[in-house]
Design a protein around this ligand. Sequence first.
Ligand code: UD1
Ligand code: MG
Length: 447
Amino acid sequence: MSVAVIILAAGAGTRMQSDLPKVLHQVAHAPLVAHAIASTAELTPSRFVVVTGHGADAVEAEVSNFLPEASFARQEERLGTGHAVAQARPALEGFAGKALVLFGDTPFVKPETLSRMLASDADITVLGFEAANPKGYGRLVLGADGFLDRIVEQKDANAAEDAVTLCNSGVMCVAVPQMFDLIDRIDNTNASGEYYLTSLPEIGNAQGLKTAVVTCEEAETLGVNSRTDLAKAEALFQSRARSELLANGVSLHAPDTVFLAQDTVIGRDAVIEANVVFGPGVTVESDARIRAFSHLEGCHVSAGAIVGPYARLRPGAEIGPDAKVGNFVEIKSADIQAGAKVNHLSYVGDATVGEAANIGAGAITCNYDGVMKHRTEIGERAFVGSNSSLVAPVTIGKQALVGSGSVITRNVPDGALAIGRGDQVNKPGLAIRLMDRLRAIKARKQS
Ligand code: UD1
Ligand code: MG
């Protein structure tokens, strides 16, 4: 069966107090709308339609980045959720299957919940939940045999309906093209004067269609309307993601202090120490260890590698098997190959560090000339002495040795020793004479 996903993302999100459209606010480094879309990935939908309105240009540009196949439907005036879904009609021309309607600001609906909805044989399936506090939610009014009789928005509810605690999450699954015929029949004679998507079950029942409710936990339906909600959503994501890693065989020394991104991938038997922050685009392979207080983004750490403590891996850092990146080291767009060591206080950017090479404390690549970036190639088993500056573009040959404190501006051949620093001069006895003279000057000044 084909599945189409319709994401409603036209709302203004006034309570966010933000210039950024609400659905672009991020949880775990991914916009809310990306979380909503990600929850449908396992269903392999054949079409994605995002209904945009407020900040449409920005929302469409961002969604196109991570989902190039998405199409967009603009809702020029916000006349209600039913009206919003109606805008998706042209984009679903010729589609026959089930449409799943989700809200762009509701990031945590589980894929298995959506699968259960699709598996229902009803024409209209609504995702409901038992609300701890039903205030503001549409109430699901069930018929005698458990089918969904109608949804009543709180504003339109009578006392008996108001007492119902089974609430509407907003997620709905409806057969297309029938859905659009039903939407044509929605009117706006209600307390808000809006075209409610929630009118569909009642209209469907009147036509003899089958309606049903699938339920989920309330946490899945958490919607983000304010910065407080956003912070709650972040906390919920982090706690779920940490539990998932632990369940998959990753050790977290202090789970509450590890922050993950939506796309963080960590292999079995990897160890993550305390206070580690993962930005977007990180993969850590099995058996790697990320030591405390490290910050990683856009990088790959291979099996057996050790990173940190206090390391910073920036985009394009590729850490090979059993390589070591130590304290106060920053790596950017650089390939640190198998068994190489960059253990202390270094900056390695736009570089290759060959297998088993050793970069001494404080050595850095000077990759930027103020206008352009240049590469540094360091051969296998090369040894770069402490506090050296490698002025790119430059190549250090295999098994070459760079003397400590060198400023290397020319290529070093394989196996060569390069020393690029002033010659040392020793002046016998001069230290003592100099100090005596300085002390005498000070004594004169004080007398
Ligand atoms: C909606 C449901 C309610 C449910 C609740 C769950 C309706 C009528 N009510 O109420 O039953 O319990 O969600 O959170 O559907 N949107 C548009 N265009 C519009 C209006 C809304 O794109 O014209 C989008 C919003 O950006 C948002 C979503 O639809 O993502 C829901 O709209 P919202 O106004 O928050 O609906 P609720 O009043 O919360
Ligand atoms: Mg809402």
